[in-house]
Design a protein around this ligand. Structure first.
Ligand SMILES: Nc1ncnc2c1ncn2[C@@H]1O[C@H](COP(=O)(O)OP(=O)(O)OP(=O)(O)O)[C@@H](O)[C@H]1O
Ligand SMILES: [Mg+2]
Length: 384
């Protein structure tokens, strides 16, 4: 499957190719798993069939020939694949797309009133080569992103494992010991005292696990949508840590709530969450402001506090972040930011305190999130 960013690239390139060749239509055909798909088209064209099998279709035969082609006033039997696609034109030009190690494709240019000449043929060949090159580059970035994503997930699991080990297992272990001791002592009163303590301890552990589950999966995002979920985070920080948290969220217009794709929404949520946790844990702040705005084709999210600021550098050459050792939080935030093609900065706030800012360009992101509440598993009672 072509990814969202690959499709976006092909659409962009189709528009460029159309202008470059002064064509009336330009099609990008990509081979995937034995099928040829018109992945992008530009100009005045409506394609009848967008997917054709490589085996058994005229377009497939053209693709397999691997050669370039130029036809003036093509007749039906000369180019039956034109009929398959349902396109017509005075002249057509075809150049193969060849990508190492991947399926290839075709670039097809059509003119409705003029023939193509020699220079057009070389222009299309050069254009096809650059499309292939950029697509291959995009694919390797995509693979890199997947690999990076797996590493990030692995690290996150390690973090949860550590949390379970240090908190829950230690806690339950202590309770078991207490119970075993009371049993061995053989004293009825001691035993009943121990049962009380253990019941209370179990309650605490259950509470801890609940908390962990909420952190693992922000159900609020599915159930409420991004804006209320962010506001809930702010309220939670306020309630638990006594921090005064203000939210300034400007997304979408009027009553229509802006939704982003799920990956971007959970990135925004997680980064704001970690930044607020850091404010509570480290900043000694009294106030924090969560700002999320969409502007100039990007979404910018920041968490600003009025606390003591990030620890000062002891050696001039190191960045503040290099000074901060041990935590997973900042590294995780940075990784999440990079996975959505964004960037994260951590710097002193203008007067005092710290600001963490995430910027993510919106161009080329996948389709927007479906309406709130319709997501699979939303409100799952198992996680309630
Ligand atoms: N808002 C802030 N104000 C002051 N110091 C901060 C702030 N945010 C982060 N820091 C400093 O940066 C360090 C690294 O943060 P990071 O989130 O990576 O780790 P952590 O919070 O210590 O641990 P973890 O997030 O893995 O539980 C913190 O230990 C703290 O010293
Ligand atoms: Mg942290």
């Amino acid at each position: 499957m072509l990814s969202g960013s690959e499709l976006w690239l092909l659409r962009l390139m189709a528009d460029r190719g159309l202008a470059l060749l002064d064509a009336s239509a330009l099609l990008m055909v990509i081979e995937e798993r034995g099928e040829l798909r018109v992945a992008a088209s530009s100009g005045n064209v409506s394609v009848r069939l967008r997917v054709l099998p490589v085996e058994g279709s005229a377009l497939g035969a053209l693709y397999k020939s691997g050669s370039a082609l130029s036809l003036d006033r093509p007749r039906g039997n000369e180019a039956p694949w034109l009929h398959e696609l349902g396109i017509e034109g005075r002249a057509v030009l075809v150049a193969p797309l060849t990508m190492e190690g991947h399926g290839g494709g075709l670039v097809i240019a059509v003119r409705s009133d003029n023939r193509f000449r020699g220079p057009d043929e070389s222009a299309l060949a050069a254009f096809a080569a650059s499309v292939a090159q950029r697509l291959a580059a995009e694919r390797s970035v995509e693979i890199e992103r997947l690999r990076y994503g797996m590493q990030a997930r692995e690290r996150e699991r390690t973090r949860w494992a550590r949390e379970l080990h240090d908190e829950t297992i230690q806690g339950l272990g202590a309770l078991r010991l207490r119970l075993a001791n009371a049993r061995d002592a053989g004293d009825q009163q001691e035993l009943s005292g121990a049962v009380d303590t253990i019941l209370e301890g179990l309650g605490t552990e259950i509470e801890g696990l609940r908390h962990l589950i909420t952190e693992l999966r922000p159900a609020a995002l599915d159930e409420l949508g991004l804006v209320p979920a962010l506001e809930a985070l702010a309220r939670r920080a306020q309630a638990i840590d006594g921090l005064e948290v203000r939210t300034e969220i400007e997304l979408g217009s009027g009553s229509h709530e802006q939704r982003f794709d799920p990956e971007l929404e959970s990135t925004l949520y997680r980064i704001v969450q970690e930044a607020l946790t850091n404010v509570s844990r480290h900043a000694k702040a009294t106030q924090a402001v969560v700002r999320v705005v969409e502007r100039d084709g990007q979404v910018v999210a920041s968490v600003t506090d009025d606390g003591q600021g990030i620890p000062t550098q002891t050696q001039g050459s190191r960045t503040p972040e290099e000074e901060l050792k041990g935590g997973f939080g900042l590294a995780g935030m940075r990784e999440r930011a990079e996975l959505v093609g964004g960037e994260l900065e951590l710097r002193p706030a203008p007067t005092q305190g710290t600001v963490v800012r995430l910027k993510v360009p919106l161009a080329g992101r996948p389709e927007q999130h479906p309406a709130a509440g319709s997501q699979e598993g939303a409100g799952s009672p198992a996680l309630a």
